[in-house]
Design a protein around this ligand. Structure first.
Ligand code: ADP
Ligand code: SF4
Length: 702
């Protein structure tokens, strides 16, 4: 019999109305970028988490009607019976491992632009929701719901709930969060109705209550009904009869749903990046909920530490440990805790690349877990790799993210791997970047890989070992993987994105200079057209060292691409906190050591800025001296018995860490195979129910 463990509490079953979750690990609804059009990709993605021990596995947003249409952003649907089979594939997969399946039924209200369905968005009072928010912009304002609209939405919810039950779901959601329809009824700014659905809080909760009741009537005793609710904004408002409106709403609904799934209100706070927020950040907002209801409560907070999880349960904050990102980064997190393998957890680093996948409308990608989204498509399992038919001696050059991941994957396949690194430490770009403001958590990319590498006897790592062609010939491995990374350049670009050439001046720096400990003399202009985190982070870093800095970019925002990772508002706040002036929409054209000449990207109007130095955060190119040298001695390499030389990561194509890890993993999986593994293409399931008369091919009368 196994010894009792302090984590046993996490593995207790918990009832959710008529159904029982096998443990407290609850994968809350989260976007996967996998619509009903990718049913096998989606089922395999969710199944892997059930296999890894998550007790409840939910879908992402699942629209109940074409009037809730987020196209081109990805979402699921249960609009008619033809949608059932795609979901059944997932519920069957989840049930195979003893987990419960939940569906997040969703009506987007004024938040959706109905770009494809072309129906008017619906809202309590015709108030648009963030309709000018970049990335969600639309110019269709919502219709004010009349009584028949209210009845219709309740009917759509009931119909979708019945379909969900037919698809095999155990938990059916009512969604009242994140600006979507139910939430819009709760907040007086959106809900200015003068009927029994508006005004005092008792009226504003009426629609949500009716949504819960209609769902319960639809599914009967077969499914638990969960309420997902955002509480940040409500908590900030004093209540008439309680501490806040959030307290009032929970009290009024305390006995209605079978489970409360509580969260924050906007993506940047609800799903905040680790750069700005730590583990368990929701607690101050949601900690009161359990005191007001006897129903189980699930919440999130990028939980990866089992001790934090136990503390949440013991202190009465949560009944279920909700996870979205931690379940993507490590689908096997619960099993690793249960089996006493905590040190093997692939902890989420909070980079939010997974969120960017949703904004990009593609299946989820994860920096830490290169197999996420590839379970069906490439047949990748996060914990298993196929053994190599023949163990080979592989030399991996460069111990950055790509080299580490490649070496680890090759080692797991049984190859004899020699990993060499020129620097004093493993980690590549991360040895520097994890020392920058807010990026320490990214060190988990290294911690996980180094921990696993050390556990494998067939991998040897050598630091302080720059390798050239002579060393390769001397070592004479069967195969070579070059993961030597990339370097930042001083290249500038014109408005039409045409390269202008390098900006050569002794006081022009790149991030590599800063990494090497060479600091600019201020005032320094940071000119960023990389647009991801590096420009903003280095600005914070230099400002923190007391160097006067100004940030400039041709984009419309600082670190413009971080809109994709929910970080953009927080980047601006961080720069403002350090009183950094920000100049947007300007290109750098010249610098003479005293003045930087900038041009407005639209008007070409000149702006002259006094500065002593410039840090260009722009283009990167592969660090490919070794590759060029190898090419020059093309005949010597096969003569030494080397069968192949391949590039990985930034040495192949400079990108973010997510790209480097995926590249290293792909090469690790496929090295030595006679053929590339197929990249399987998913397709929608053929409808079982005949299409509406006249709507099929030809569609004509007569
Ligand atoms: P990636 O993100 O692709 O892993 P990094 O730049 O983070 O790239 O890491 C590349 C690593 O390769 C760096 O740690 C660098 O020191 C190392 N490296 C570069 N050239 C050589 C070489 N010739 N021999 C050994 N290591 C090298
Ligand atoms: Fe975590 Fe980053 Fe993976 Fe998302 S992409 S799950 S934030 S490690």
């Amino acid at each position: 019999m196994s010894q009792p463990s302090r984590y046993d509490v996490l593995f207790e079953p918990v009832r959710i109305g008529p159904v029982t979750a096998p443990n407290r690990f609850y994968q809350v609804p989260h976007a996967s970028g996998m619509t009903n059009a990718l049913p096998r990709v989606r089922a395999a993605f969710r199944e892997t988490k059930a296999e890894g021990g998550w007790g409840v596995i939910c879908t992402g947003a699942c629209s109940i009607d074409p009037s809730s249409d987020d196209t081109p952003l990805p979402f699921a649907s249960l609009w008619d019976d033809n949608d059932i089979r795609a979901h059944a594939l997932m519920t069957e997969a989840v049930h195979r491992h003893g987990a419960l399946a939940g569906v997040e039924l969703w009506h987007g209200g004024a938040c959706v632009m109905n770009r494809a369905s072309r129906l008017p968005p619906l809202s309590p009072s015709g108030t648009p929701w963030m309709a000018t928010h970049i990335g969600f912009m639309g110019n269709l304002r919502p219709k004010t719901m009349d009584r028949s609209d209210l009845r219709e939405v309740l009917k759509w919810q009931a119909d979708a709930a019945r379909r969900a039950r037919s698809a095999g779901f155990d938990i059916v959601y009512v969604y009242a969060g994140m600006g979507y329809l139910g939430y819009e009824f709760l907040l007086p700014e959106y809900n200015q109705r003068s009927d029994e659905y508006g005004g005092v809080i008792e009226n504003r909760v009426r629609f949500v209550r009716e949504m819960i009741e209609t769902t319960q009537d639809a599914v009967g005793k077969d499914c638990g009904v969960a309420l997902r609710i955002s509480l940040e904004e409500l908590r900030a408002r004093p209540g008439r009869n309680a501490e806040s409106e959030a307290h009032e709403v929970i009290s009024l609904l305390a006995d209605c749903p079978d489970l409360f799934d509580v969260k924050l209100d906007s993506s940047p706070t609800d799903c905040s990046a680790s750069r700005f927020t730590g583990e368990g950040s929701h607690e101050p907002v949601i900690e009161f909920v359990k005191r007001l209801t006897r129903k189980p409560v699930v919440g999130v907070g990028r939980f990866t530490s089992p001790d934090t999880m136990v503390s949440q349960i013991r202190r009465g904050i949560l009944d279920f440990i909700g996870g979205a990102r931690p379940s993507i980064a490590d689908p096997f997190l619960p099993r690793k805790i249960r089996e006493g393998r905590v040190d093997e957890i692939r902890e989420c680093i909070g980079c939010n690349i997974c969120i960017s996948s949703w904004h990009d409308s593609v299946p989820v990608r994860c920096t830490q877990n290169p197999t996420a989204g590839e379970e069906w498509r490439r047949g990748w399992h996060p914990e298993r790799v196929d053994r190599a038919a023949r163990a080979e001696r592989v030399l991996v050059i460069g111990a950055g993210p790509a080299g580490l991941e490649c070496a680890l994957t090759l080692g797991r396949r049984g190859h004899h791997v020699t990993l060499v690194e020129a620097g004093h430490a493993a980690g590549g770009r991360l040895t520097f970047e994890t020392r920058l403001p807010g990026l320490a958590t990214w060190g988990r990319v290294l911690d996980y890989r180094l921990g696993r590498l050390n556990a494998l006897p067939n991998i040897e790592m050598y630091l302080d070992s720059p390798v050239g062609v002579d060393e390769i010939i001397e070592l004479a491995p069967d195969r070579v993987v070059v993961a030597t990374g990339a370097r930042w350049t001083r290249m500038l670009y014109a408005t039409m994105e045409l390269p202008l050439g390098q900006l050569d001046h002794p006081e022009v720096f790149t991030p590599d200079d800063i990494a090497a400990g060479r600091l600019p003399e201020g005032p320094t202009l940071i000119f960023d057209f990389d647009n991801y985190y590096m420009g903003g982070v280095l600005t914070e870093h230099l400002a923190g060292l007391g160097i006067p800095v100004r940030y400039a970019t041709p984009a419309g925002h600082a670190s413009a691409w971080t809109i994709m990772t929910n970080e953009l508002p927080l980047v601006h706040r961080a720069l403002a906190r350090r009183a950094v002036p920000v100049t947007t929409l300007h290109l750098l054209s010249a610098f003479d050591g005293e003045t930087a000449i900038m041009k407005h990207v639209f008007t070409a109007e000149e702006l002259r800025l006094s500065c002593r130095s410039i840090l260009i955060v722009g283009m990167r190119t592969p660090r490919d001296e070794l590759l060029s040298a190898l090419e020059e001695r093309a005949t010597d390499i096969p003569a030494a018995g080397v069968l192949s030389v391949q590039r990985a990561g930034d040495a192949l194509a400079p990108g973010a860490i997510v790209h480097a890890i995926h590249s290293g993993h792909l090469i690790g999986r496929e090295l030595g195979l006679s053929e590339r593994r197929p990249y399987r293409r998913d397709f929608p399931l053929v409808p079982l129910v005949p299409l509406v008369a006249g709507s099929d091919a030809g569609g004509g009368e007569g």
